[in-house]
Design a protein around this ligand. Structure first.
Ligand code: ACO
Length: 400
């Protein structure tokens, strides 16, 4: 805490907390985390129970509305989400402008931001029904846009949402169906994806959600708010970690090389970090990682996939967990350490991993945006500690 003198007569205290390690920016009733004890709950329900017994769409309802739906509410919500899965055909024109090898997260942030141009003049943010409509539209359209990004990269013709399918089945169908082949969505794959979406759905004030809230605090259009969340998620220290884990495992290549990479991660002169390890909040274990580790095995078995990267990941985890450097700093595998292995087994290319995260996290982003919009708070405006030059006089260019 610093005593800062701003304008004359304004002498007060404010905290200097780079990275917001100890500053709450809002109050929220959505997600509870106890990092020390590895507890994560959505609206009070333990993540372990939701992962085992719920579905992504039910979790989305829970996050948005605060309660689990009864059967009629669930059916209505699922119908609403299904109704909004199409995107305007003009978005395909927008997509066509991207270079074929554009990163899907770059496309996602652009395309989702552009939704603001389709839904702006009719949006009255004082109306809770219109806010909910924007939230549902975003949840519904994200998989459609994500699949379109993938197909653009592959050079495949556009696909359209098959609304007879469930949320994750529909997404897999949009990703992989090609006119020449009779693609059937695997039930195991859809269930695995649904689980990953549940685990990634919300995580209170992480970097991307805080970004959505900060942008939301200015009264910006919700589609623009979510586009800003996508940009924040893309970074390798956040959602980009699932892609970085796979790249790292491929780079390590063989169990015999693990020691070398552990040493690199410990070397303070080397920027390399063990991707998928460590978390700002979880200093014991990440409960999502425990669920995913188990699921990764089951999914690979069910799909009949044998991936040497899975063995490598397990061995790396075992070695790191016994290493003093990681033990002392409480660095444990996080949710992304194993999620990439499952996505890979489902046929999702590495560059799309963070997009998968974005689809799921959209639910959390819009839940927070709804919560914030219902209880308006002041515009987010962090302060700073100025460390630059004191006052000096301008010098003409010829005299410098
Ligand atoms: N490998 C090696 N050392 C690490 C790692 C790592 N993955 N993570 C943290 N450390 C070390 C730091 O160097 C630091 O050491 P020091 O005390 O000797 O200086 C100490 O552990 C504390 O690290 P911080 O960076 O201060 O921890 P912070 O809470 O700020 O960072 C973060 C958390 C960003 C997740 C970090 O652990 C990291 O970069 N991990 C790898 C990337 C990753 O997996 N991100 C996904 C996060 S989960 C998610 O977004 C879904």
């Amino acid at each position: 805490t610093l005593a800062i003198k701003g304008v004359p007569k304004e002498l007060g205290y404010f905290t200097y907390d780079p990275g917001f390690t100890a500053t709450a920016s809002c109050s929220s009733a959505i997600t509870f985390i106890d990092g020390g004890n590895g507890i994560l709950r959505y609206r009070g329900y333990p993540i372990e129970q939701l992962a085992k017994q719920s579905s992504f769409i039910e979790v989305a309802y829970l996050l948005l509305n605060g309660e689990l739906p009864n059967r009629a509410e669930f059916t209505e919500f699922r119908k609403d989400i299904t109704y909004h899965t199409m995107v305007h055909e003009k978005l395909n024109n927008f997509m066509a402008g991207f270079h074929y090898d554009a990163h899907p997260m770059a496309m996602m942030s652009g395309v989702v931001g552009s939704l603001a141009s389709f839904y702006h003049d009719r949006l009255d943010m004082r109306d809770p029904e219109q806010r909910m409509l924007a939230a549902k539209r975003l949840i519904a359209k994200m998989p459609t846009i994500a699949a379109a990004c993938y197909r653009h990269h592959m050079g495949w013709p556009s696909s359209y949402p098959q609304n007879r399918l469930g949320y994750t089945e529909r997404f897999l169908d949009m990703m992989f169906s090609v006119p020449a082949e009779d693609y059937q969505v695997s039930e195991v794959a859809a269930r695995a994806m649904d689980l990953l979406f549940i685990l990634h759905a919300d995580h209170e004030q992480n970097a991307s959600t805080s970004t959505v809230r900060l942008v939301g605090s200015t009264g910006a259009n919700p589609y623009a708010c979510v586009a800003s969340g996508i940009a924040a998620l893309w970074g390798p220290a956040h959602g980009g970690a699932n892609e970085a884990v796979l790249t790292m495992l491929e780079q390590i290549g063989d169990v015999s090389q693990i020691g070398k990479y552990i040493n690199k991660a410990k070397d303070k002169n080397d920027p390399f970090r063990l991707m998928g390890f460590g978390h700002r909040v979880y200093k014991n274990f990440d409960p999502r990682a425990a669920i995913i580790r188990e699921a990764a095995h089951a999914v690979l078995d069910d799909l009949g996939v044998s991936d040497p990267l899975m063995d490598l990941a397990r061995e790396l985890e075992q070695i790191a967990l016994k290493d003093d450097y990681f033990v002392e700093r409480k660095l444990y595998p996080n949710v992304d350490f194993y999620s990439g292995i499952i996505y890979k087994a489902l046929g999702i290319p590495t560059s799309m991993f963070t997009v998968m995260f974005a689809i799921a996290r959209t639910t959390g982003w819009v839940a927070h945006w709804l919560e914030q919009s219902a209880n308006p708070t002041p515009i987010g405006r962090p302060r700073q500690v100025y460390t630059g030059a004191t006052e000096r006089n301008y010098v003409g260019i010829d005299n410098r």
